[in-house]
Design a protein around this ligand. Structure first.
Ligand code: NAD
Length: 306
């Protein structure tokens, strides 16, 4: 049995589908804070629970061989306004889960970290060896998670796979720039507010590529702590994303920029991850950043989000 935390969310629900497809038995723990019951695979066992409570974590890990720890508050922007939320759902929750695993003797953990652990990296594309010095509370919470996982692995004979994602996009995504733009244009098709100056240049990866990359890496690496960047090999600017969203919605809005070189405090304006390590294991992303964006816009429009 594999436990997927956050299995009712965007990335977690796709992981659950892929693990079930591979013949695994899957249990989910999710508090449905941003997850959606309709994303939950009907062949998975669903436990509504909150990892901020150690007892819930202990119940969830019973009888499990491996944990995919996906649950978190993923909102980088919110981390500026509500650092307490980020601490509780990302740091405390991860610590509770590790304690539960230690007590129940569960020894394998997969963790979804982020490009924001590197802060404003001076080396682009940024490799895994680059120092972690985040500029957002969210990024810091993920460095904390990685550090706790590494310490538990070395101290209590566990193994871990830590994935640092670029922006992951696609069906069931309910936060981030594409989702924001679609909602704003539904409200006002004439004008689109773009946070920053639109020049922010980042890498985006389509959800199917992201899931494939994780499974590929877990199957082929076996160190105590295995760290991989996951992203596409190029970037796309926020202004271009606005153009693609507008085109796909058949609109021609005025763009209104809020100004400055970043969207919000803690935003990293330029991001591209080196994916050489994962490529050396034979993995390649199928889509470029721009292709991923177009697919994701179509997905969300097909899903009929309002
Ligand atoms: P999401 O909000 O769709 O999924 C998070 C899930 O965790 C939700 O279902 C939510 O209800 C659940 N959850 C949150 N706090 C919980 C708690 N205390 N107890 C139990 N369940 C809880 O977000 P997502 O985009 O699917 O992100 C998944 C993971 O990937 C997160 O760890 C996020 O930090 C990481 N990540 C995402 C991206 C991205 O671009 N989407 C990039 C880098 C890293």
């Amino acid at each position: 049995m594999i436990l997927v935390t956050g299995g009712a969310g965007f990335i977690g629900s796709h992981i659950v589908d892929a693990l079930i497809e591979r013949g695994n038995e899957v249990r989910i723990i999710d508090n449905l804070s941003s997850g959606n019951p309709s994303f939950v695979n009907e062949d998975a066992e669903f436990v509504e629970g909150d990892l901020r409570r150690l007892d819930d974590a202990l119940n969830a890990v019973k009888g499990v061989e491996e944990v995919w720890h996906i649950a978190a508050n993923p909102d980088v922007r919110l981390s500026y306004q509500r650092p307490d939320e980020i601490y509780e759902n990302n740091v405390l929750a991860t610590w509770n889960l590790l304690e539960a695993m230690r007590k129940e003797g569960v020894s394998r953990i997969v963790f979804t970290s982020t490009s924001t652990v590197y802060g404003e990296a001076k080396v682009i594309p940024t490799p895994e060896e680059y120092p972690t010095m985040p500029i957002s509370v969210y990024g810091a919470s993920k460095v904390a998670g990685e550090a706790m996982i590494s310490s538990y692995c070395h101290t209590y004979d566990m193994k871990s796979w830590i994935f640092r994602f670029a922006n992951v996009i696609g069906r069931r995504s309910r936060h981030g720039v594409i989702y924001d733009f679609i909602l704003k244009l539904r409200k006002n098709p004439e004008e689109l507010e773009i946070l920053g100056n639109g020049e922010q240049n980042k890498s985006y990866i389509y959800i199917d590529d992201c899931i494939g990359a994780m499974l590929h890496a877990v199957d082929r690496s076996d160190d105590v702590v295995n760290i991989f960047n996951i992203g596409s090999e190029d970037q796309v600017k926020v202004r271009r994303i606005a153009e693609i969203v507008s085109e796909e919605m058949g609109l021609n809005p005025r763009f209104r920029f809020t100004g400055g070189d970043r969207g919000w405090k803690g935003d990293v304006p330029v991001m591209l991850l080196s994916i050489e390590k994962l490529k050396s294991l034979g993995w390649r992303p199928r889509y470029s950043s721009e292709e991923a964006v177009r697919r994701a816009v179509r997905d969300l429009l097909d899903e009929g989000i309002v």
